[in-house]
Design a protein around this ligand. Structure first.
Ligand SMILES: N[C@@H](CCC(=O)N[C@@H](CS)C(=O)NCC(=O)O)C(=O)O
Length: 249
């Protein structure tokens, strides 16, 4: 399709999955249609606009519009781009199933666990500390279990599914890279740590991580940006009114 790829996104781990994919495809010399990035200010409720709801019924970024196709869910979008623009990022032989199982592992396990740990660590400012103890322990224990699984998978491999970098790596990386923000210790998992550094060095990954980020803050947020994310995240995580005021029901 020659229609533009319209990416509705924000500077978050799920958003960066798609910008990394776009930049990795470019890095491989794949010719893409024009890419139009539509920023969604999720800290100010733009995910509840009618325009975005028409793209993502779940009202969470990222969303993709390509011709008549409208897609939500980062991993579905990664698969779609992988199929539309064939490359080693989404192999077409039997190894595709290995990629799919790790992609699903991220969507169903690692992403939600890291996301929940992050919420309780940084965002749920209104929740009394004693009520956070159980979820913080639960999500940290599960995160460490998932990291042990990943560490084992990465033994003697450059990337999650072997020697090729794939959409499985793309889906997992942004969460692992943000480990300091979610306060999940990855440093006790040597293969995960080495993989994270290997992936981070890729030019396509670096360009993808810059989408929506202030110039000069790609590698390290300023204190002001940290404060903005902490308060915007808290607002999203704890204020039901933001969803209700934009909801039709
Ligand atoms: N499973 C979804 C998760 C998407 C998601 O949680 N997006 C967050 C940003 S990382 C969001 O839009 N949050 C806005 C909100 O919760 O209102 C995916 O992989 O796309």
């Amino acid at each position: 399709m020659t229609q533009p790829l319209m990416l509705w996104t924000a500077a978050t781990p799920n958003g960066w999955k798609i910008s990394i994919m776009i930049e990795e495809l470019r890095e491989l010399g794949i010719e893409l249609p024009p890419v139009e990035v539509i920023p969604v200010d999720i800290m100010n409720g733009e995910q509840f606009s009618d325009a975005f709801k028409a793209v993502s019924a779940n009202q969470k970024i990222p969303g993709l519009v390509h011709g008549t196709i409208r897609l939500m869910e980062s991993c579905a979008i990664l698969q779609y781009l992988g199929e539309q623009f064939p490359s080693s990022l989404y192999p077409s032989d039997a190894s595709r199933y290995d990629v799919l199982q790790w992609l699903t592992w991220q969507a169903a396990g690692l992403g939600p666990t890291f996301g929940n740990k992050l919420s309780y660590t940084r965002y749920l400012a209104d929740v009394p500390e004693e009520q956070k103890v159980h979820p913080l322990t639960r999500f940290n224990v599960e995160a460490q279990r998932l990291l042990r699984v990943l560490d084992k998978q990465l033994e003697r491999k450059s990337f999650v599914c072997g020697e090729d970098f794939t959409i499985a790596d793309i889906s997992i990386f942004p969460w692992i890279r943000g480990y300091k923000w979610s306060k999940i210790d990855i440093t006790v998992h040597p293969n995960v740590l080495a993989w994270k550094e290997r992936v981070h060095l890729r030019p396509g990954v670096r360009r993808g991580l810059a989408y929506g980020v202030k110039l000069g803050e790609e590698e390290q947020w300023s204190e002001e940006t940290k404060r903005r994310y902490a308060s915007g995240g808290s607002f999203m995580a704890s204020n039901q009114a933001i969803a209700e005021s934009h909801s039709e029901v």
